[in-house]
Design a protein around this ligand. Sequence first.
Ligand code: ADP
Length: 263
Amino acid sequence: IKYDGPGDELARLAETINAMLERLNFAYQKLDQSYRSQKRFLADASHELRTPLTIIRGNIELLQQMGDAEPEIRTEALADISEESRRMSWLVEDLLSLARADAGQKMSEELVSLRELLADVIHRAEKLAGPVNLEATNIFVSEDNYVYGNKEYLAKLILILLDNAFKYTEPGGSVLLKTELADKEACIAVIDTGTGIAEENLEQIFERFYRIDQSRGSRGTGLGLSIARWIAEQHDARIEVKSTLGQGSEFTVRLPLHENIKN
Ligand code: ADP
């Protein structure tokens, strides 16, 4: 609005209206942005769910046509169905976590003992490691420290990093879970001797559904690190990544300690 006529009041009114319009425009752009990203998320999620469903349906048809006559085909088709339905349940679980994040759901919080948290994580990680060697140091065994947060989500955060380290490391390679205390922070590092990540991909890997090309065949949904980042944000924690292509990666979670309580 442009007003050149007489009267201060009208000029002020025009100014106020202009300021309001500017804010409305800003709010509209934000809404539009979030609508677009929700739409993209929905499209990506549908696409990711459709792939395993298509494979399952294809295998069921195959079984209907020749399952009885060909026992080998039958075994293979059933294995494919089982694998793809497992992939679908991971995906649905990850989508639910992100839906909770988007809904701004607050997690319940309490004092969490790092000794207990790491013991639980190491116990669960041993079952995920498969043909990769897991070495773990838990410095909190001798002296416990506490953080304030949600124990189950914190365990999930470290397990996402460990699971990735196992997935992207060749059989026989090794993964180290290293814990340290540094300046009011607990540093929990997951170090692998796996494929490594190129410099230009280091930012993108935290985006929803982003997967580096060579990872497409492996199990995984492309959602793990975006969930990990959300959990870290909820705990005022940071995730740092260092990686060299062909040599391995190091993901470090820096988690603020709860200062008042120490053993
Ligand atoms: P995914 O389910 O595909 O593992 P994530 O969000 O956890 O999804 O990771 C995104 C991508 O980042 C992976 O597909 C992989 O390409 C890369 N990545 C994550 N962790 C590692 C790692 N430790 N070593 C090599 N690449 C990794």
